[in-house]
Design a protein around this ligand. Structure first.
Ligand code: 2RA
Length: 351
């Protein structure tokens, strides 16, 4: 019997991308049940070319479900993923509710698929999109050179803040387009007025060095996630990680600059060889021809794209890279789907 899959949060931004991904990938599922808040119940959505009626989130909705994906806010996952697990489903959660729980594995199939098998709470977590946008490439380099330190800056797209982020950027661009704004202090801020949306500063014609919420000692939640999640996924609890997370006026696809230091000496040629053969990674690195990844070219694709690979001039053990990943696909829905497929293979004995 093919396993039954539930998609919780099927009508949301990530849920919508998820239904597309489930329709494109090798079909390992029997029934796909769509679950959302009671206000969306009864709505019909298309998955695998068929219309499926959305059912309201409830304990009964998990009856007979083998794998339940959650693409919902932290507090909804915190409440309902354990309910799905108690009903016998393996919950694959894309929220932040369980990522750092020592009894919940944090899985990126290309890097640590084995970790998905040990899940004492019946829950597997999917990392944050910022970590996910670079970690497949980092895992491949770590396997060869032995990672000892990461210093990253992110360039995060507004869809990471959900629909509100996207609407805010579009509204602000409409307010400034075709003007001379962006030439005097505060002129963009005055033009967008109170319409800052989820951001502490204008996002049109601007970059905002703040993503997530403020935590201790001036760090943001996004910066702490990059650190904590990278350590957990790579199985390197002492890895030195410093992140500065920045929001940029891009709709979808997060980018990161990475300074990665290794135990062993590196060469660009070897790094190219690793990155061009690693599953889930595309090397796009020919700057003389203007070839490097950019969000505008990467959006809508599945892999982690890497370019601008250089050996640090002052450190033969360190590489500099530019990485892009679609924050709604590999950064969210795709990785969740891949984890669910790992579980499906385990449940059906197909590996
Ligand atoms: C962001 N990483 O880009 C977050 C979304 N989870 O805001």
């Amino acid at each position: 019997r093919k396993p039954t899959l539930a998609v919780v949060g099927a009508t949301g931004a990530v849920g919508t991308v998820m239904l597309g991904i489930l329709s494109e990938r090798k079909d390992v599922w029997g029934e796909i049940r769509l679950i959302a808040s009671p206000r969306s119940a009864g709505k019909k959505l298309t998955v695998r070319g068929e219309q499926v009626e959305v059912v309201a989130l409830s304990e009964e909705a998990f009856e007979g479900v083998d794998v339940a994906m959650f693409d919902v806010p932290d507090e909804v996952s915190a409440q309902w993923a354990p309910v799905a697990a108690a009903k016998g489903a393996v919950a694959v959660d894309n929220s932040g509710a369980f990522r750092m729980d020592p009894e919940v594995p944090l899985v990126v199939p290309e890097v640590n698929a084995h970790a998905a098998r040990v899940r004492p709470r019946g829950i597997i977590s999917n990392p944050n999109c910022t970590t996910l946008s670079m970690i497949v490439a980092m895992g491949a380099l770590h396997a060869e050179f032995g990672l000892s330190e990461l210093i990253v800056s992110s360039y995060q797209a507004v869809s990471g803040s959900g629909k509100e982020g996207v609407d805010t950027l579009r509204e602000q661009i409409a307010a400034v387009a075709g003007t001379e704004l962006g030439t005097h202090p505060g002129d963009v801020r005055r033009a967008v007025g109170g319409g800052l949306g989820p951001y502490p500063a204008p996002i049109a014609y601007n970059v905002v060095p703040f993503a997530g919420s403020l935590k201790d000692d001036g760090w943001t939640s996004e910066e702490l996630k990059v650190r904590n999640e990278s350590r957990k996924i790579l199985g390197l609890p002492g890895l030195r990680v410093t992140a500065t997370c920045v929001r940029v006026p891009v709709i979808t696809t997060h980018s990161l600059t990475v300074h990665a230091r290794f135990e062993n000496e590196v060469t660009v040629a070897k790094a190219h060889e690793i990155l061009s053969t690693a599953p889930g990674v595309v090397l796009c690195d020919n700057p003389a021809e203007g070839e490097f990844p950019t969000p505008a070219d990467v959006v809508g694709t599945d892999p982690t794209w890497v370019g601008r690979v250089r050996r640090s001039m002052d450190d033969p053990n360190a590489l500099e890279l530019f990485v892009c990943g679609d924050n709604l696909r590999k950064g969210a829905a795709l990785n969740t789907a891949q984890i669910a497929e790992v579980v499906a293979a385990e449940l059906t004995g197909v590996s």
